[in-house]
Structure formats: C-alpha cells, structure tokens
Design a protein around this ligand. Structure first.
Ligand code: FES
Length: 87
C-alpha cells in the first residue's frame, strides 16, 4: 500500500494493493473525472507535487513519465511511500 496526500487539505488516504487511487478518493468525497479507467484517455490526469508515481498508463510519453509531475490515478500507483497530489 501507499498513501496519497491531498495538498489543499492535508488529508491523507491509504491506497491498498487491491484498490485504485480514484476509488479511494471517491469514497472520501473527492471525485476525479474518468472515462477509460485504464490509463488510455488521459481524462483523470492529476498533478503530482511530491513522490514518485508508478506509471501504469499508456498515455504519457517516456519523457513525461520520467518527469514524475503528473500521473493517471485511475490505474497508476506509487513507488514512494506517499504521493502528494495537487488537489
Ligand atoms: Fe482514462 Fe484515467 S480515466 S487515463
């Protein structure tokens, strides 16, 4: 598991291995627009302020992935213990 922290509120949520970031956030009243839910469309793109995403999408280029400043929370995860999201 890993944590996501919402920059605007400071609230932190744990994302278990069997759940997506978007599912856990939605359950806590934070809705992120989604279309494909598979890392293809880019609709859910969210800025990352700190931490290293584990990119699982096919939307970003390798260069964009390496920048570690945005990710697709419908399917991507985290390599660091905590990801701080610009939400
Ligand atoms: Fe399509 Fe996340 S909803 S990439």
């Amino acid at each position: 598991s890993f944590d996501v922290k919402i920059a605007s509120s400071g609230m932190t949520f744990t994302i278990p291995a069997d759940r997506t970031v978007t599912a856990v956030l939605a359950e806590n009243g934070i809705e992120i627009d989604m279309v494909c839910e598979q890392g293809v469309c880019g609709t859910c793109i969210t800025r990352v302020l700190d931490g290293i995403p584990d990119h699982r999408d096919q939307f970003f280029s390798d260069e964009e992935k390496a920048a570690n400043d945005q990710f697709t929370p419908c399917c991507s995860r985290s390599k660091s213990k905590c990801l701080v999201l610009d939400l």
